[in-house]
Design a protein around this ligand. Sequence first.
Ligand code: MN
Length: 245
Amino acid sequence: MRTYGRSDQGLVRSENQDDFLIRPVEAQGYLLAVADGIGGGPAGSRASHMALTAMDDAVGLKVSDVSRLASALSLANRRIFELGKDEPRFEGMGTTLTAAVLFPHRLLVSHVGDSRAYRIRHDQIIRLTMDHSVAGEMERAGTITPEEARNHPKKHVLTRALGPFDHVRIDMADMPWSSEDRLLLCTDGLTSVVFDDEILRYAERYRGQELVDKLVNAALDRGGPDNVTLVLAEVVQHSGEGHGR
Ligand code: MN
Protein backbone atom coordinates (compact mmCIF):
# COMPACT_ATOMS: atom_id res chain seq x y z
CA MET A 1 0.00 0.00 0.00
CA ARG A 2 1.20 3.51 -0.80
CA THR A 3 0.02 6.80 0.64
CA TYR A 4 0.03 10.31 -0.74
CA GLY A 5 -0.95 13.68 0.68
CA ARG A 6 -0.97 17.36 -0.17
CA SER A 7 -2.31 20.52 1.44
CA ASP A 8 -2.62 23.79 -0.46
CA GLN A 9 -3.57 27.22 0.86
CA GLY A 10 -5.74 27.93 -2.18
CA LEU A 11 -5.98 31.30 -3.91
CA VAL A 12 -8.17 33.34 -1.55
CA ARG A 13 -7.37 32.49 2.09
CA SER A 14 -4.50 34.30 3.84
CA GLU A 15 -3.30 31.15 5.62
CA ASN A 16 -3.69 27.40 5.51
CA GLN A 17 -5.78 26.15 8.44
CA ASP A 18 -5.97 22.62 7.02
CA ASP A 19 -3.57 19.89 8.05
CA PHE A 20 -3.08 16.18 7.37
CA LEU A 21 -1.38 13.15 8.88
CA ILE A 22 0.00 9.91 7.43
CA ARG A 23 1.72 7.41 9.72
CA PRO A 24 2.32 3.66 9.60
CA VAL A 25 0.87 1.50 12.39
CA GLU A 26 1.20 -2.20 13.18
CA ALA A 27 -0.25 -4.96 10.99
CA GLN A 28 0.67 -3.17 7.73
CA GLY A 29 -1.72 -0.37 8.57
CA TYR A 30 -1.70 3.37 8.16
CA LEU A 31 -3.21 6.07 10.32
CA LEU A 32 -4.50 8.72 7.92
CA ALA A 33 -6.32 11.95 8.67
CA VAL A 34 -7.33 15.37 7.38
CA ALA A 35 -8.40 18.31 9.55
CA ASP A 36 -9.89 21.70 8.63
CA GLY A 37 -9.52 24.31 11.36
CA ILE A 38 -12.14 26.93 12.25
CA GLY A 39 -11.76 30.14 14.24
CA GLY A 40 -10.18 33.51 13.58
CA GLY A 41 -6.55 34.53 13.95
CA PRO A 42 -4.25 31.71 15.02
CA ALA A 43 -7.12 29.59 16.38
CA GLY A 44 -8.01 27.61 13.25
CA SER A 45 -4.57 26.37 12.25
CA ARG A 46 -3.70 25.68 15.89
CA ALA A 47 -6.86 23.59 16.28
CA SER A 48 -6.31 21.41 13.21
CA HIS A 49 -2.66 20.83 14.10
CA MET A 50 -3.50 20.09 17.74
CA ALA A 51 -6.24 17.65 16.81
CA LEU A 52 -3.89 15.62 14.62
CA THR A 53 -1.08 15.62 17.20
CA ALA A 54 -3.36 14.66 20.10
CA MET A 55 -5.00 11.91 18.06
CA ASP A 56 -1.65 10.63 16.79
CA ASP A 57 -0.29 10.38 20.38
CA ALA A 58 -3.43 8.64 21.64
CA VAL A 59 -3.68 6.09 18.82
CA GLY A 60 -0.17 4.69 19.29
CA LEU A 61 1.11 1.82 17.19
CA LYS A 62 -1.50 -0.84 17.73
CA VAL A 63 -5.11 -0.18 16.71
CA SER A 64 -7.43 -3.16 16.79
CA ASP A 65 -10.86 -1.58 17.03
CA VAL A 66 -12.59 1.60 15.99
CA SER A 67 -13.43 2.62 19.55
CA ARG A 68 -9.74 3.24 20.16
CA LEU A 69 -9.67 5.62 17.22
CA ALA A 70 -12.85 7.34 18.41
CA SER A 71 -11.37 7.73 21.94
CA ALA A 72 -8.39 9.45 20.36
CA LEU A 73 -10.76 11.94 18.71
CA SER A 74 -12.52 12.52 22.05
CA LEU A 75 -9.18 13.24 23.67
CA ALA A 76 -8.31 15.68 20.89
CA ASN A 77 -11.68 17.35 21.43
CA ARG A 78 -10.99 17.83 25.13
CA ARG A 79 -7.51 19.27 24.52
CA ILE A 80 -8.82 21.83 22.04
CA PHE A 81 -11.81 22.70 24.23
CA GLU A 82 -9.55 23.31 27.27
CA LEU A 83 -7.16 25.56 25.31
CA GLY A 84 -10.04 27.52 23.78
CA LYS A 85 -11.48 28.03 27.24
CA ASP A 86 -8.21 29.06 28.89
CA GLU A 87 -6.73 31.37 26.26
CA PRO A 88 -8.82 34.27 24.95
CA ARG A 89 -6.95 34.41 21.64
CA PHE A 90 -8.01 30.83 20.95
CA GLU A 91 -11.64 31.35 21.89
CA GLY A 92 -13.99 29.53 19.53
CA MET A 93 -11.28 27.33 18.10
CA GLY A 94 -12.37 24.11 16.48
CA THR A 95 -11.66 21.73 13.67
CA THR A 96 -13.09 18.97 11.53
CA LEU A 97 -11.30 15.64 11.78
CA THR A 98 -11.74 12.70 9.44
CA ALA A 99 -9.43 9.90 10.55
CA ALA A 100 -8.92 6.40 9.21
CA VAL A 101 -6.84 3.38 10.02
CA LEU A 102 -6.42 1.40 6.83
CA PHE A 103 -5.23 -2.21 6.89
CA PRO A 104 -4.92 -4.38 3.78
CA HIS A 105 -8.39 -5.89 4.35
CA ARG A 106 -10.10 -3.60 6.82
CA LEU A 107 -10.89 0.08 7.26
CA LEU A 108 -11.70 1.93 10.48
CA VAL A 109 -13.09 5.48 10.26
CA SER A 110 -13.81 8.10 12.91
CA HIS A 111 -15.19 11.42 11.84
CA VAL A 112 -16.53 14.80 12.95
CA GLY A 113 -17.28 17.76 10.66
CA ASP A 114 -17.57 18.26 6.91
CA SER A 115 -14.33 16.82 5.65
CA ARG A 116 -14.94 13.51 3.85
CA ALA A 117 -13.75 9.97 3.29
CA TYR A 118 -14.46 8.27 -0.06
CA ARG A 119 -14.04 4.72 -1.24
CA ILE A 120 -13.20 4.52 -4.94
CA ARG A 121 -13.35 1.23 -6.82
CA HIS A 122 -13.40 0.97 -10.62
CA ASP A 123 -16.29 3.19 -11.74
CA GLN A 124 -17.77 3.69 -8.28
CA ILE A 125 -17.24 6.41 -5.71
CA ILE A 126 -18.92 6.09 -2.33
CA ARG A 127 -18.99 8.61 0.50
CA LEU A 128 -18.10 6.88 3.75
CA THR A 129 -18.82 9.92 5.94
CA MET A 130 -21.74 12.27 6.47
CA ASP A 131 -21.21 16.04 6.39
CA HIS A 132 -21.92 17.50 9.82
CA SER A 133 -23.03 20.81 8.35
CA VAL A 134 -26.39 22.56 8.19
CA ALA A 135 -26.65 21.86 4.45
CA GLY A 136 -25.50 18.25 4.91
CA GLU A 137 -28.16 17.58 7.56
CA MET A 138 -30.86 19.13 5.36
CA GLU A 139 -29.74 17.05 2.39
CA ARG A 140 -29.96 13.85 4.47
CA ALA A 141 -33.38 14.85 5.79
CA GLY A 142 -34.53 15.27 2.19
CA THR A 143 -35.35 18.95 2.69
CA ILE A 144 -32.96 19.99 -0.08
CA THR A 145 -31.37 18.22 -3.04
CA PRO A 146 -27.61 17.52 -3.29
CA GLU A 147 -27.39 20.34 -5.84
CA GLU A 148 -29.09 22.74 -3.45
CA ALA A 149 -26.77 21.56 -0.66
CA ARG A 150 -23.73 22.55 -2.74
CA ASN A 151 -25.01 26.10 -3.09
CA HIS A 152 -26.65 26.46 0.30
CA PRO A 153 -25.75 29.68 2.16
CA LYS A 154 -25.13 27.65 5.31
CA LYS A 155 -23.10 24.92 3.65
CA HIS A 156 -20.03 25.90 5.68
CA VAL A 157 -21.84 26.11 9.04
CA LEU A 158 -20.86 23.01 11.00
CA THR A 159 -23.30 21.18 13.24
CA ARG A 160 -20.47 19.18 14.83
CA ALA A 161 -16.76 19.94 15.27
CA LEU A 162 -13.90 19.10 17.61
CA GLY A 163 -13.26 21.87 20.14
CA PRO A 164 -16.30 24.06 20.69
CA PHE A 165 -17.87 21.83 23.39
CA ASP A 166 -16.51 19.55 26.11
CA HIS A 167 -18.22 16.55 24.53
CA VAL A 168 -18.81 15.65 20.91
CA ARG A 169 -20.59 12.80 19.16
CA ILE A 170 -18.16 10.94 16.92
CA ASP A 171 -19.17 8.86 13.90
CA MET A 172 -17.50 5.45 13.64
CA ALA A 173 -17.31 2.78 10.97
CA ASP A 174 -15.51 -0.55 10.65
CA MET A 175 -15.70 -2.22 7.24
CA PRO A 176 -13.97 -4.77 5.05
CA TRP A 177 -11.53 -3.46 2.47
CA SER A 178 -10.25 -4.84 -0.80
CA SER A 179 -6.88 -4.27 -2.46
CA GLU A 180 -8.79 -2.78 -5.39
CA ASP A 181 -10.30 -0.09 -3.18
CA ARG A 182 -8.72 3.34 -2.97
CA LEU A 183 -9.27 5.59 0.04
CA LEU A 184 -9.49 9.35 -0.40
CA LEU A 185 -9.76 11.76 2.54
CA CYS A 186 -10.32 15.43 1.75
CA THR A 187 -11.39 18.75 3.19
CA ASP A 188 -14.31 20.80 1.85
CA GLY A 189 -11.86 22.93 -0.14
CA LEU A 190 -12.02 20.11 -2.68
CA THR A 191 -15.64 19.00 -2.43
CA SER A 192 -17.20 22.48 -2.47
CA VAL A 193 -15.89 22.98 -6.02
CA VAL A 194 -15.12 19.51 -7.41
CA PHE A 195 -18.07 17.11 -7.22
CA ASP A 196 -18.14 13.36 -6.65
CA ASP A 197 -18.58 12.38 -10.31
CA GLU A 198 -15.68 14.62 -11.28
CA ILE A 199 -13.46 13.15 -8.56
CA LEU A 200 -14.31 9.73 -9.97
CA ARG A 201 -13.42 10.80 -13.50
CA TYR A 202 -9.97 11.92 -12.34
CA ALA A 203 -9.57 8.70 -10.33
CA GLU A 204 -10.32 6.61 -13.42
CA ARG A 205 -7.49 8.34 -15.31
CA TYR A 206 -4.84 8.94 -12.67
CA ARG A 207 -3.29 7.25 -9.64
CA GLY A 208 -0.98 8.13 -6.77
CA GLN A 209 0.54 11.57 -6.40
CA GLU A 210 -0.56 12.47 -9.91
CA LEU A 211 -4.22 11.97 -8.90
CA VAL A 212 -3.73 14.06 -5.75
CA ASP A 213 -2.09 16.86 -7.76
CA LYS A 214 -4.78 16.78 -10.47
CA LEU A 215 -7.52 17.13 -7.86
CA VAL A 216 -5.79 19.99 -6.04
CA ASN A 217 -5.23 21.73 -9.38
CA ALA A 218 -8.90 21.23 -10.27
CA ALA A 219 -9.89 23.05 -7.05
CA LEU A 220 -7.41 25.84 -7.84
CA ASP A 221 -8.79 26.10 -11.40
CA ARG A 222 -12.22 26.71 -9.85
CA GLY A 223 -10.84 29.71 -7.99
CA GLY A 224 -9.26 27.91 -5.03
CA PRO A 225 -11.75 29.55 -2.65
CA ASP A 226 -10.59 27.56 0.39
CA ASN A 227 -7.63 25.61 1.72
CA VAL A 228 -7.63 22.20 0.03
CA THR A 229 -6.16 19.03 1.52
CA LEU A 230 -6.13 15.43 0.30
CA VAL A 231 -4.83 12.11 1.52
CA LEU A 232 -4.90 9.08 -0.78
CA ALA A 233 -4.09 5.43 0.00
CA GLU A 234 -4.02 2.73 -2.65
CA VAL A 235 -2.30 -0.50 -3.54
CA VAL A 236 0.30 0.10 -6.20
CA GLN A 237 -0.54 -1.70 -9.42
CA HIS A 238 2.20 -3.20 -11.51
CA SER A 239 2.65 -1.62 -14.91
CA GLY A 240 0.25 -3.11 -17.39
CA GLU A 241 -2.52 -3.38 -14.87
CA GLY A 242 -4.88 -0.52 -14.29
CA HIS A 243 -5.27 0.27 -17.97
CA GLY A 244 -8.28 -0.43 -20.08
CA ARG A 245 -10.62 -0.82 -17.16
MN1 MN B 1 -12.38 24.27 4.52
